[in-house]
Design a protein around this ligand. Structure first.
Ligand code: SAH
Length: 233
């Protein structure tokens, strides 16, 4: 996401520090402890302006939501949005952190999360940049590692090329597809769908939205937790 440099970005983040996590000294085995309650805990990767995470936290007060974004100027918008929507949340169930998805294993211990969302990830259309795509197999291995037994990955994208690539990578890495459609808004999965900022912009232009939900390979998960992670670059 491109963005003009935010004025007073650091101050604006500090003013909303209650929503922001610092990187833990050791990866979190029980992220729900961050919320002071036992509840299923979900992570959105590349949350952008944070509308999806806020919407999910409002819709599911019984669940905890974490959202990460690598660009701090974008995070300013996300935390200010969360604060603006504070009254709409029944529970104190929303937190953000500034991080690169690559560093996920530094934040979360194996089998610690109930679900992961990837919404409108950067497509990196050039073949030589394929390893940067957030659905490249080395990223899928990171997600498999931090997901609990039964935890799944839900992906939405406008980008048909990225979607094709994602389906190939999921198959290659042995994930089980539970739900899949190339036209989310015309599908049964549209019910209960919380739209992201990108999703609203693309669907207003008439673009179909691709969606897939998948489970990591159980027999490889154990392996994945102990094996060294492949480096992307
Ligand atoms: N999910 C939002 C934003 C989509 S744009 C929406 O649907 O509206 C993709 C976002 O992912 C950008 O904000 C970008 O900064 C972030 N991003 C891209 N690569 C990332 C990475 N490796 N780690 C964390 N965030 C990343």
């Amino acid at each position: 996401m491109r963005m003009r440099k935010k004025k007073h970005g650091a101050e604006r983040l500090a003013a909303n520090a209650r929503y922001l996590l610092e990187r833990p000294e050791t990866p979190l085995a029980d992220p729900s402890a961050l919320f002071g309650r036992e509840a299923p805990t979900y992570l959105e990767i590349g949350c952008g302006k944070g509308g999806f995470a806020s919407g999910m936290a409002e819709k599911y007060p019984g669940r905890n939501f974490l959202a990460l974004e690598k660009i701090s100027d974008v995070m300013v918008i996300a935390v200010e949005g969360a604060e603006a929507r504070r009254e709409a949340r029944e529970a104190d169930n929303l937190r953000f952190f500034i991080a690169d998805a690559h560093d996920l294993p530094l934040w979360f211990a194996p089998a610690s999360l109930d679900g992961i969302y990837l919404n409108f990830s950067d497509p990196w259309p050039k073949a030589r940049h394929a390893k940067r795509r957030l659905t490249y197999r080395s990223f899928l291995a990171r997600y498999a590692r931090v997901l609990r037994d039964g935890g799944d990955l839900a992906i939405k994208t406008d980008n048909d090329g990225l979607f094709d690539f994602t389906l190939e990578e999921l198959a290659e890495a042995g994930w089980t597809v539970l739900e899949q459609t190339r036209d989310l808004h015309a599908s049964p999965y549209a019910e209960g769908n919380v739209m992201t900022e990108y999703e609203m912009a693309f669907s207003e232009k008439g673009k179909n939205i691709n969606y897939v939900r998948a489970l990591p390979p159980t027999e490889h998960t154990e392996h994945a937790s102990s094996a060294p992670l492949e480096q992307t670059e």
